[in-house]
Ligand binder design. Structure first.
Ligand code: PHE
Length: 344
């Protein structure tokens, strides 16, 4: 009897080794412990045994039954665990993971705002390459090789000295004014464009200077374009952009591609013109350069001299974003710092 019980146990254990599924384990349970199993026969036959045998076999049979049950349970939970790990099981009731949302850089937001405002005013948005020829960046806009105006900008040259001598150098464009003649060669007046884009200058960086920054150029050319038109367009733009009336101021200045040329200021959006630390107590903030397009520039675009007039400006995009969102360091825009962009 004892041997029988041991045999059943060892058969079951070797069967269990081969079992891989819950179903197989259950079949083994039925086979070895079920009603019709040999083991059950032993239990049922216990009552017919002699008292000595009963004493010996009874406890052994019961202990073995319990042991087997435990082993079967253990095997079942092992199978369940590996099943969980192997098969992807989706708990549809589990709370979802929050997806982290990306943020636009404030520069992109400001650029989109500007594009919206100008397209409603009938402007087109034009574009040009960041890597520009010396011709479009300088020569075409009235800055030939020997022009002192070239010294105004700290240029990143991409080509060797020899090609610069021949006038065929390439640069990282120093100004979006490089798109002026590019565009005019392809289009006839009347034209109205803005050119938002990245520009580069070999500058030492600080809280208000970056080597890589953005400008947005405007160019309006037609039969009858004057400074008053320019003023009304910019006043209109700034009022829409800042959502309040903004005073503008022109100061005479020099840029080779305009005549007359101006430095362009707006009333400080922080203090409204009374004077504060943002505007160094002057009440004004410098936004960029502007002027009436030089006839030499219109001529290099292929237009007849004195046939058209136009105005142009080049404003700093970072400057405007800094004023709108009260950002105090220009270097934050390109810092790649998520804690910065998350605020917009
Ligand atoms: N391109 C000039 C600059 O970068 C700005 C400017 C543009 C001035 C158009 C006049 C007209 O400084």
């Amino acid at each position: 009897m004892r041997k029988k019980i041991e045999k059943i146990k060892s058969q079951l254990l070797s069967g269990l080794k081969k079992a891989n599924t819950l179903e197989e384990v259950e079949n083994l349970r039925v086979e070895y412990l079920g009603k019709k199993s040999a083991f059950n026969e032993i239990l049922k036959g216990l009552k017919n045994l002699s008292p000595e045998e009963k004493k010996e076999i009874g406890p052994l049979a019961n202990q073995t039954k319990q042991k087997i049950q435990k082993i079967l349970e253990k095997k079942k939970s092992e199978i369940e665990e590996t099943f969980d790990a192997k098969e992807e099981w989706i708990d549809v009731t589990a709370p979802g993971k929050k997806i982290k949302q990306g943020h636009l850089n404030p520069l992109s937001i400001v650029q989109r705002d500007i594009e919206d405002i100008f397209t409603t005013m009938g402007f087109e948005i034009a574009d040009g390459p960041d890597v520009e020829t010396e011709f479009y960046n300088f020569d075409a806009i009235n800055m030939p090789d020997d022009h002192p105006g070239r010294d105004m900008q700290d240029t990143f040259w991409l080509s060797k000295e020899e090609s610069r001598e021949k006038g065929t150098g390439t640069v990282l464009r120093t100004q979006t004014s490089s798109v002026q003649v590019r565009y005019m060669q392809e289009h006839k007046p009347p034209l109205r464009i803005i050119v938002p884009g990245r520009v580069f200058r070999s500058e030492t960086t600080d809280a208000s200077h970056e080597h890589t920054f953005h400008q947005f150029e405007a160019l309006v050319v037609g039969d009858d374009v004057n400074v008053a038109n320019f003023l009304s367009v910019v006043e209109n733009f700034f009022e829409k952009f800042f959502g309040k009336k903004i005073k503008v101021r022109l100061r005479p200045s020099y840029f080779p591609f305009v005549e007359p040329g101006f430095e362009f200021d707006i009333s400080c959006t922080n203090c409204g013109g009374d004077g504060c630390s943002t505007c160094s107590q002057t009440g004004w903030i410098e936004i960029g350069g502007a002027g009436m397009v030089h006839q030499n520039v219109l001529e290099s675009a292929g237009y007849k001299r004195n046939k058209y007039q136009g105005f142009a400006w080049g404003f700093g995009l970072e400057r405007l974003a800094m004023m709108k969102y009260k950002i105090n360091d220009i270097r934050l825009f390109h810092s790649g710092e998520i804690r910065f962009t998350e605020q917009f």
